[in-house]
Design a binder for this molecule. Structure first.
Ligand SMILES: *Cc1c(COP(=O)(O)O)cnc(C)c1O
Length: 419
């Protein structure tokens, strides 16, 4: 990468790096030297210590201890043990999160259970611009449980207009905390309170906030939540997701995937399902233990780190990136992500007519972001392993790609970037 950012920007970046409280943990991750990795909002980087732990899981726990591992290495309680650790990062006291299954499957569980908790309310409210799988799952739950799906953006329900009125019929209001496309951070406390005033349950998808943004599940009385662990939590490709049920709802949480791991006495193998006490009833079947334990090890990368520190650095990184893009790229792109710090998550989305080609050219130079149809470049900023210097270098590369037109030869493709 020969393109250099102007000295004023690199000096500012270096000063920010010198003052960075999280600088010592950058080394906890391995990212190839030639890469500036701005896709941790899609697949988090590999924590350096994880390969050795994975070798132990495979060779000792599986290879040597075999079936005894369910007891001797306490495989059985891994989902709730890991749930508590994720809970600490999203503001939930122990006993309210459980790891397992995918975000899609967990959303199915909590939406259906939420509808069962509000049997007289005919609708589910969700954001049509939400992540596709979330709307697909909501559509199926609505069909299955004979509810009507009502579309509204999170902030629409705060108005006093028609969309807010939609809440009065809602069993569950289900939104993403951070919009995966634009990077907008929605106002979880206010939207949750509005749902409660209307008598609805509030369900949040934390896929783009857990590990990057303080969430405050308990502090804001959230009812239900789900999220994935392979983005800012760095759990590894396809790592188990999680679900949250506030302690006050657990006794009435009747989730539809009533598998034996969620049973009160799983090894009694009784005919009838009786849910376990507490959050363990959110489990379904045997978890993928290799992925589960890999996730557990990966979470060690957050040891001694407060999520407020991650947030402060993330805002510093995204703010610097936006400034550098303004300065170096100017009007060639539109910054889609809110510029107000309190309204953005941990990514910056830029609109450009040839976004796909530009991202492809950037990746060829080792600056890895991604593309979302039809015209968005997305750059995720994982504070634990990025430096401010990398941020301005990435912006300089972007400016160079856009001004040099190197992407003119790249054929547009809708499918080449499946991140
Ligand atoms: C990443 C993401 C998912 C992923 O769902 P999977 O079932 O794990 O594939 C779901 N919802 C949102 C909002 C996401 O950002």
């Amino acid at each position: 990468m020969s393109t250099q950012a102007p000295p004023a920007l690199t000096e500012r970046a270096d000063a920010l790096d010198a003052a960075d409280e999280l600088a010592p943990i950058v080394d906890r991750f391995t990212v190839p030297d030639e890469v500036i990795y701005l896709d941790g909002n899609s697949l988090g980087a590999l924590p350096r210590h994880v390969p050795a732990v994975v070798a132990d899981i495979v060779e000792r726990q599986w290879g040597h201890d075999l079936i005894r591992s369910w007891n001797d290495n306490d495989w059985w309680h891994a989902p709730t043990r890991i749930g508590d650790r994720i809970g600490a990062l999203v503001g939930a006291a122990p006993g309210q999160l459980v790891a397992g299954d995918s975000t899609s499957a967990n959303l199915f569980k909590v939406l259906a259970a939420g509808c069962r908790m509000r049997p007289d309310r005919p609708t589910i409210v969700t954001d049509p611009a939400g992540f596709s799988t979330d709307t697909y799952i909501a559509q199926s739950v609505a069909r299955l449980l004979d509810r009507r799906l009502v579309y509204a953006a999170p902030h629409d329900v705060l108005d006093n207009g028609d969309r807010a009125a939609a809440l009065s019929d809602a069993a569950v209001v289900a939104f993403s905390h951070v919009d995966y496309r634009t990077g907008q951070l929605w106002n979880l406390p206010e939207v949750t309170a509005a749902a409660h005033r209307a008598g609805a349950l509030a369900c949040w998808d934390l896929s783009h906030s857990a590990g990057a943004v303080p969430v405050g599940l308990d502090a804001y009385d959230v009812d239900l939540a789900v999220g994935c662990s392979y983005k800012y939590l760095n759990g590894g490709p396809g790592a188990p997701a999680y679900l949250y049920v506030a302690a006050r709802h657990q006794a009435t949480f009747d989730q539809p995937l009533s598998g034996w791991h969620g049973h009160a006495t799983p090894f009694a193998m009784t005919v009838d399902y009786e849910p376990a006490d507490g959050i363990a009833r959110g489990r379904c079947g045997t978890p993928p233990m290799l992925s589960m334990l890999t996730l557990e090890a990966a979470l060690d990368a957050f040891d001694g780190v407060r999520i407020e520190q991650v947030r402060a650095k993330s805002l510093s990184l995204t703010g610097l990136f936006i400034d550098a893009v303004d300065q170096l790229v100017g009007g060639d792109v539109q910054v889609v992500t809110p510029r107000v710090p309190g309204r953005r998550g941990s990514q910056v989305a830029l609109r450009h007519g040839q976004a796909f080609q530009a991202v492809t050219a950037l990746i060829a130079r080792g600056v890895i972001g991604d593309f979302r149809q039809p015209d968005l470049m997305r750059f995720g900023f994982a504070a634990p392993y990025l430096t401010h210097r990398q941020v301005v270098e990435a912006a300089a590369q972007l400016a160079d790609v856009l001004t040099s037109g190197v992407y003119d030869d790249i054929a547009p493709s809708a499918t080449a970037l499946v991140t």
